[in-house]
Write a protein that binds this ligand. Structure first.
Ligand SMILES: [Zn+2]
Length: 335
């Protein structure tokens, strides 16, 4: 088979940044084949109210007309019911919780999960999805996700009607916890956590373009993530966590966390699902499970991937994808 026709997919976790560069990242999402993207709110300044959400959406829509923009806001302890209601009315579909200091632009994050319980209460009533960066910044880096899961289970119990997503799951325990938490709970999986381990990042020479939060983990964890994806478990769907940084911030003494994988996600995932004899599970992973969880219609459009080897560019607008310069088998057909 040399031609793969897919429903146009969704990417349920992207960082499009701010300022003039955001136009490039939004257009990249379209070129990469995505119909809709869930836009993360940790811009500078962050998206924290209806005015900043509408302003951000307006600038992205102007840059990439036709791209479906699913907007989120950054959860701050003390957010009022009025603010949250206005965010919902402005079209927000989800709020994103960043524990304080855990990743890029999270110094103003929430210190204790309990501090945001009043916000979750209102989100539950408004039926806004809660997206979690599930790491405890006080724990040892490698253990941060697993340590966070205790708080996650308490949160799950406290708000039984709230739809909760554990973003970019990186461990076997993270998957298990989501499974046990039932159908109002889901997890996103990135291409880089599915394909790489910590050894790829730092087992030989350090590869800064694979440095992300949560860190890539052990091969056992990767195997568990891969199994969940190819089994077609509907609680797990795609969110690339594409996080572009300038090359100079990645190839640096203080390397920023984040992988820019969006432009190469579909070719990478097509090869991955094909190698495991599970190509029929690619469409639901990319286009069905996430839409269902968010209560969105499936995208009407289609795209075609062709088996036509190509070399990944060394940079996209100054950001280096993790597999820059590598040859990939599948290529998106130009439309
Ligand atoms: Zn992210």
């Amino acid at each position: 088979m040399d031609r793969l026709v897919l429903r146009q997919p969704d990417d349920f976790h992207v960082h499009l940044r701010q300022g003039s560069a955001s136009a490039d990242w939004a257009r990249d999402a379209q070129k990469a084949g995505f119909a809709r993207v869930l836009v993360m709110p940790n811009t500078v300044p962050p998206v924290v109210d209806s005015a900043s959400l509408m302003r951000y959406r307006h600038s992205l829509a102007a840059a990439a007309p036709g791209l479906g923009l699913l907007m989120t806001f950054k959860i701050m302890a003390g957010m009022t019911t009025e603010t949250l209601t206005a965010l919902k009315a402005a079209g927000a579909v989800a709020g994103k919780l960043y524990p304080e200091g855990v990743t890029t632009n999270s110094a103003d994050g929430v210190r204790h999960l309990k501090d945001a319980y009043p916000v979750f209460e209102v989100m539950q009533e408004l039926d806004l999805v809660l997206c979690l960066h599930g790491e405890d910044p006080g724990a040892f880096t490698f253990d941060r996700e697993v340590v966070f899961l205790k708080d996650f289970r308490a949160l799950r119990q406290a708000f039984p009607r709230l739809r909760i997503i554990l973003e970019h799951i990186s461990t076997r325990e993270g998957l298990e916890t989501v499974r046990e938490a039932g159908e109002r709970t889901a997890g996103t999986l990135t291409a880089h956590h599915l394909l790489y381990t910590f050894d790829d990042l730092a087992g030989g020479a350090l590869r800064p373009h694979l440095f992300c939060k949560p860190l890539l983990k052990r091969s056992e964890d990767r195997a568990a993530l891969q199994a969940a994806a190819v089994a077609g478990e509907k609680q797990f769907f795609f969110g690339s966590d594409s996080a572009p940084h300038a090359k100079s911030n990645k190839e640096a003494a203080l390397c920023s966390a984040g992988c820019y994988t969006m432009p190469v996600s579909l070719p990478l995932l097509a090869s991955f699902f094909e190698e495991r004899g599970a190509l029929e599970k690619l469409d639901p992973f990319l286009s069905v499970f996430g839409a269902e969880f968010y209560g969105l219609p499936r995208n009407p459009g289609q795209l075609v991937l062709e088996r036509r080897p190509w070399v990944v560019p060394l940079e996209y607008h100054g950001a280096v994808p993790p597999n820059a310069g590598e040859t990939l088998d599948w290529q998106l057909q130009e439309v």
